[in-house]
Design a protein around this ligand. Sequence first.
Ligand code: ADP
Length: 514
Amino acid sequence: MQNFLHYLTFPYLLQGCITALGLLFGALAGGLLIGFVLALAADSRWLWLRYPVRAYIYVIRGTPQLLQLILLFNVLPQAGITLAPFVSALLALTINETAFCAEIIRGGIRSVNRDQRIAAQAFGFSALTELGHVVVPQGLRAIIPALGNEAVGLLKSTSLASVVGVSELTLRSQTIVSQNFEFLPVLLASGVMYIALSALIAAIQNWCERNVGTGRRARRGAQPELRIDDPGPVGRMAPVESASDAHVPQLEIDKVRVSYGSKQVLKDVSLSVAPGEVVALLGKSGSGKSTLLKTILALNPLDSGSIRIEGRSLTSTGSGAPMPRRRLAKARADARIGMVFQNFALFDHLSALDNAASIPVRVQHVPRVEAARRARIALLKVGLKDFADHMPHELSGGQQQRVGIARALASDPRVILFDEPTSALDPELVGEVDETIRRLARTGITMLLSTHDIDFAASVADRIVFLHDGRIIEQGTPDILRAPKTPEFAAFLRHPEDDGDAPLLKPAMLEAAR
Ligand code: ADP
């Protein structure tokens, strides 16, 4: 026992610990940094990048670490590069870590709900902002535990560095026992030191799990008293001043054709929506409603036709060329189209207030105080003034959807698109969302909403548009609901739910996130 305690505090062994720690944190830091880049490259849409990176990861993960270490240690000098044993061991361990970290990070990125990424893109987040403020904070929840595991494995692997002469903890223990044969106390002390280092990793992991990438609440405290008619750019109570001429369409869709592969889904769809007008898009599941909304947001390419928001095109540049991908985020941000998603697509790691403030802050670069003011007004307008600091999972479905509406409102939208906003809700929660949308409709905001609910469409819309098999085949005031002209519309009005429940996430939307 005395010997054990002696070795537990033996400076020679403690120095071995420090060397092991140096290898551990050095390789982990390098592995994380390079692994992050590799993770993005491994899922890149560019095949020339994706495949070589995946091959690299495959090879590194598939070969023994010891082999890599010995190879590097012996090959580099032949190429005229002489490194100290510690540096070459660090390099070998780092190379190995890059592959494992890349896969851990890739897994974390993939764990992030696609709907949220689509929402971020739809609102005009740049790729980098989406990564930094939506993907990484949420991906970390999956990454941190896996990384903790990886770090413990790496700690044990640092002992491999002894084969190239790095005097780390295992080698030092061996050196002592080869001289005095006190196997038990030396190796026991060495084992306890490894366990203590593992405990350090576990403590760091626990801290990270509690503090990094977890949901963020809005700060509580005294908030300014807001009134629903507080002046500001959110949910205007009067018709939109930027398009004061009611004859200039706010949204103009002209002969739009969209295909998925060889299947044409939108066939020469033309539709003008005037400022302040509320248009309800009716149609069976699969008729193309979601594709039309998605096309307005330039989330999928047009075969032909054009879409303009207050005269601005999202799909082509001023010279008529297709909008390059790299300019799309800015074009979407400038178009200021608010979107309310069928399945809410709230940012799970942000409070209701931060969700509502996310577009002003991240896309429109509005100062935080002003963004928070806008967000509070928007929450007030959807009846959630007292829920600002609630996280999405602390809200009912109806409340979550109202936060979704507040998020769209706080972006100061020219037009708000609603994609079947109540179809993912339990029947008893539909009413509160319907009522919120009806109230908004009366404030003069331009709206295009797709729905199955004929009564709701009749109560909210100035105009009904019926889409069938990718074509608009009837449209007019809600009176057309009483006198359908086409057998298709008549059949839909008799059995609007005939097509069964629409899927929670439309394939069109899923595709956009890829
Ligand atoms: P709605 O919103 O009216 O239910 P959608 O716009 O979602 O209709 O879909 C219209 C048609 O396009 C459907 O037949 C659907 O299966 C098809 N579709 C939608 N998205 C995709 C996709 N990404 N790939 C292939 N087909 C798709």
